[in-house]
Design a protein around this ligand. Structure first.
Ligand code: ZN
Length: 248
């Protein structure tokens, strides 16, 4: 982890609105870890990452996250507060190996062994070029700087916006963010315990300071996955906060 030292209060001008990132949520998950009371981040070196806000992950979709569409109005409002905005998009071929339908007698949500380790088998979702793979129709994409697609290799799933599930194949997102001199990532999207979680952990391990906005995410919570995700993110120094806290 690095990057925290780059956010110095005195460097902001009066015209720039500081993001206050309190650590109380992090303290909650780490049982009293005493961080400094909040940091001010430079909005110009902060990227707002919106993870997989697509039709198939919203009610009515094939892999719907409960109330997944409920984050869209908030995410649209939040976009106005950031100067760098990036979307990720789950983007699978129809023969993708993460689909239960491509394995004989496999049930959706069961575990399978891939060359790279355990893989949950999902219902078919976010198939390239389909309505299900489109962003939610109410999500404002006009001001988005970049869209990073992932999961397009048939043999590898990709939860993280940075690496596919073999944990080695890069999507190119880290290079893009570094070229834009981004130090801090603020995350929103679907789902908290899968794609947001893996993106947050990878971002932290790559040296970005990472804040997850809990009120701008929704979880699947499959077999305790939400609790496990929150613990893993806390271990990596990801701050779990809310939109009202960072814009207090
Ligand atoms: Zn997927």
């Amino acid at each position: 982890m690095s990057g925290g030292a780059d956010f110095v209060k005195g460097e902001l001008t009066a015209a720039e609105e500081p993001l206050i990132c309190p650590a109380k949520a992090l303290r909650f998950f780490t049982g009293g870890f005493d961080r400094q009371k909040g940091q001010v981040m430079d909005i110009n070196s902060t990227a707002f990452l919106m993870i997989d806000i697509q039709n198939d992950f919203c009610p009515g979709g094939t892999l719907a996250v409960a109330d997944g569409d409920g984050i869209v109005p908030l995410v649209n409002r939040l976009q106005e507060r950031f100067s760098v905005r990036v979307l990720t998009q789950d983007w699978h071929p129809a023969d993708h190996s993460s689909f239960a339908s491509n394995h004989e007698q496999a049930e959706a949500y069961s575990l399978s062994q891939m060359a790279y380790g355990d893989q949950v088998l999902w219902p078919d979702h976010c198939i390239q070029g389909t309505l299900g793979a489109d962003f939610h129709p109410d999500l404002n994409t006009d001001k988005v700087d970049a869209v990073v697609r992932k999961g397009y290799r048939p043999e590898i799933d990709s939860y993280s916006g940075f690496f596919e599930n073999d944990r080695k194949t890069k999507t190119g997102l880290a290079g893009y963010l570094r070229d834009r001199e981004i130090k801090h990532l603020v995350l929103a999207g679907l789902a908290t315990d899968f794609c947001v979680h893996y993106t947050a952990v990878d971002g932290a391990n790559l040296g970005f300071q990472v804040t997850l906005l809990d009120d701008a995410c929704r979880a699947i919570d499959l077999h305790g996955s939400l609790r496990a995700a929150l613990q893993a993110m806390a271990t990596c120094g990801v701050v779990v906060s809310t939109s009202s806290e960072i814009f207090a």
